[in-house]
Design a protein around this ligand. Structure first.
Ligand code: PMV
Length: 323
């Protein structure tokens, strides 16, 4: 088939059981499985056009990108070119509908959309697991933005076996993610560097050994819609990942004072009957999960906490798709 052009769209996702550390950094093969949900309403839309240019090009939100950003995209395009047996370079244009620095990891949505658009434009007809593997090569968490709804990424035995799959569709459980944006003054260390030093923390071995237990509790909490069990396990897992981060060499301390204040408030709210729980990725912003019917109340309360500059609210999202 003649290579052409395709556009795809993907949601970011929030991890409930975190991915932190690789057993193979180049292939992004994780040391533990993870669980997440896609974030509805927030998306990256990417167009890939194979052409006769001499080099690949990348534009994100109307700004040309070169250097490391382009290299990471070309790395995925090279895999696609090899699979499709083509040599054409590609023009890649990408738009996010959510603001940068909003506490939403954009790389997951970006590499999921790129995997779908690039493979389609190259004339490949990849299965969902194959797309998930391809997205994973760009950013581990992107593997989880390929399937719909509530998603599990199995660590897998090898390269082809480490992919994500849906454990429940988006409509299964009406959850909302209220992302409290905290004014972070520090520049964060990116997750690629973070994964590479995870093993320097003496706590990582225990975190990884215990991961199958946490995954099972989280999966069952989602399948049974047991919010109390869900809130307890996501907070426990997030705290464990941050304990590893804080005790790595060099130490990574992502939390700000307001981050901690939100933790205390969320636990008090839950103790007094509001179904809420927190989780934090590689940053200071806090994802506060709640039952969908309480999202307006949770958003209102978060906005009252000093240090919270904005709150973004998302429901459960669907699969990455060609548009
Ligand atoms: O996909 P990466 O390399 O950006 O890593 C994501 C790491 C966390 O967001 C902290 C956890 C996760 O599972 O998404």
């Amino acid at each position: 088939m003649k290579p052409s052009s395709a556009t795809a769209q993907a949601n970011p996702n929030i991890a409930f059981i975190k991915y932190w550390g690789n057993r193979d950094n180049a292939l992004r093969l994780p040391v533990n499985g993870s669980i997440s949900m896609n974030l509805d309403g927030l998306f990256t839309r990417t167009t890939v056009s194979f052409n006769s240019a001499k080099t690949d090009s990348l534009t994100i939100n109307s700004t040309p990108v070169t250097g490391k950003g382009l290299e990471r995209v070309s790395y995925i395009l090279d895999i696609v070119r090899k699979m499709a047996d083509i040599n054409e370079r590609a023009e890649v244009t990408s738009e996010n509908n959510f603001p940068a620095g909003a506490g939403i990891a954009s790389s997951a949505a970006a590499f999921a959309a790129l995997a779908v658009a690039a493979s389609k434009a190259a004339g490949l007809n990849l299965s969902e697991p194959e797309l998930s593997v391809l997205a994973r090569r760009g950013s581990g968490s992107a593997s989880r933005s390929i399937p719909a709804g509530f998603v599990e990424w199995q660590m897998g035995k090898d390269e082809a076996d480490s992919y994500a799959f849906s454990i429940a569709p988006a409509a299964h459980w009406n959850l909302a993610d209220c992302v409290a944006i905290v004014n972070a003054s520090h520049k964060k260390t990116g997750s690629t560097e973070g994964h590479a030093i995870a093993g320097t923390s003496p706590l990582q071995e225990a975190r990884v050994a215990d991961a199958p237990r946490r995954i099972e509790i989280c999966r069952n909490a989602i399948l049974n819609k047991d919010f109390e069990a869900f809130a307890n396990i996501i907070e426990h897992d997030s705290d464990m990942m941050h304990s590893v981060m804080m005790t790595s060499k060099p130490p990574l301390m992502y939390w700000q004072a307001a981050t901690l204040e939100i933790f205390h408030q969320v636990r008090e709210w839950r103790a007094s009957g509001l179904p809420v729980g927190y989780t934090v990725d590689a940053g200071a912003n806090v994802h506060v999960l709640c039952l969908g019917e309480y999202k307006a109340e949770v958003e209102k309360r978060l906005r009252e906490i000093p240090g919270v500059s904005n709150v973004l609210v998302a429901g459960v999202g669907g699969a990455a798709k060609v548009v």
